[in-house]
Ligand binder design. Structure first.
Ligand code: ADP
Ligand code: MG
Ligand code: MG
Length: 251
């Protein structure tokens, strides 16, 4: 699904990613943890093609295609979805219209006709239930005046609608209360299939308790410094990151 090799990226003249290697197979869920400022958000931004960052070395192949050569919108059309740490508000654009446009853009890319109104309404209803999203929110502008929890749920709802091949959730848990966290995490689980993959970026093990990733990576100073099974989250929760820094000779 995704094969990243020796990926380097910078912003201005500051190098942030310093040689990332990451292989994600179909159906797998990977978590990326790591101290603040390690480059986690930068990695997700680079994968979706955020133009703020310049890739200076390395490769990223997504389903056999060179991701780094693709425009951001084509990466989305190919099935990469990024859920933001801080979801943006889009005043004046209703959720419904936003989703219809996004879905039909993707269909057009796939050579399909726009979805019929009836099918679209049916899909909205079905996917809303995945995250227990209030139907009234669909009539409102995207994220405008949504609570923190509603924004996060809305992100998972958008993901459910778009059925991405690779979903990247960047700290989707930050600022969520326990109930909203459970709904988001269970929503992610309901969307898992043998044909899609997920990258969950998080600081905490509470989300991972529910999502149960196959693999956990620790990103530190622009490199993946440790890769282990799901129990690593518990160890990090209990002991922090200092022992990992020691392992790599940083302390
Ligand atoms: P994380 O998500 O792991 O907390 P980030 O990827 O957000 O880390 O940031 C990695 C490093 O890149 C940090 O040192 C941060 O200050 C820097 N950085 C991120 N975005 C910018 C930016 N727009 N301008 C300058 N530096 C940035
Ligand atoms: Mg951060
Ligand atoms: Mg971040």
């Amino acid at each position: 699904m995704l094969e990243v090799r020796n990926l380097h990226a910078k912003i201005g003249d500051k190098e942030i990613l310093k040689g990332i290697d990451l292989t994600i197979k179909e159906g797998e869920t990977h978590a990326i943890m790591g101290p603040n400022g390690s480059g986690k958000s930068t990695l997700s931004a680079v994968l979706v093609g955020n133009p703020m960052f310049e890739v200076t070395d390395g490769t990223a192949i997504f389903n056999g295609k060179d991701l780094l050569e693709m425009k951001p919108e084509d990466r989305a059309n190919e099935g990469i979805f990024l859920s933001f740490q801080y979801p943006v508000e889009i005043p004046g654009v209703s959720m419904t219209n936003f989703m219809r446009t996004a879905i039909n853009e993707k269909r057009k890319y796939q050579g399909l006709e726009p979805m019929s109104a009836a099918d679209f309404i049916k899909l909205m209803k079905e996917k809303r239930q995945v995250v227990e999203l209030d139907a009234r929110l669909s009539q409102r502008s995207v994220n405008e005046g949504f609570s923190g929890g509603e924004k996060k749920r809305n992100e998972i709802f958008q993901m459910a609608m778009l059925e991405p091949k690779l979903a990247i959730l960047d700290e989707t848990d930050s600022g969520l209360d326990v109930d909203a966290l459970r709904i988001v995490a269970e929503g992610v689980n309901k969307l898992k299939s043998p044909h899609n993959s997920t990258i969950v970026i998080t600081h905490y093990d509470r989300l991972l308790d529910i999502i149960r990733p196959d693999v956990i990576h620790v990103l530190y100073k622009g490199r993946i410094v440790k890769t282990a099974g799901p129990d690593l989250a518990k160890e990090i929760e209990a002991r922090g990151y200092d022992w990992i820094k020691e392992e790599i000779g940083e302390k």
